[in-house]
Ligand binder design. Structure first.
Ligand SMILES: [Zn+2]
Length: 97
């Protein structure tokens, strides 16, 4: 996977969390887009359902991005102050498994 894509349903969100790669960007018509870690507690089913399913993405949406650079370039996203995605810049695979 590379670049970014919109997340259209909860199954897709769940699969991306399990894959544990990249980041999520949550856009909002009322404020800045925010980038989160894929497994951050800030990403939850209720908020996703409200924004994507109930509000039909009219006030914002969820995207998967491959990197913080993509999030900044495509969405002008700011880093979440709760899950602090800038602290996970090092690819965990470099530590071995
Ligand atoms: Zn977050």
């Amino acid at each position: 996977m590379a670049g970014f894509k919109e997340i259209e349903n909860f199954d897709e969100l769940r699969r991306l969390r399990l894959a544990d790669e990249g980041y999520f960007v949550i856009t909002d018509t009322a404020r800045h887009a925010i980038i989160h870690k894929v497994n951050a507690k800030c990403i939850n089913a209720d908020s996703f359902n409200l924004k994507v399913t109930i509000n039909a993405r009219k006030q914002g949406s969820y995207y998967w991005v491959d990197s913080i650079a993509t999030a900044a370039r495509e969405f002008g996203a700011e880093r979440c102050k709760v899950c602090k995605p800038e602290l996970s810049l090092v690819d965990p695979s470099t530590f071995g498994r």
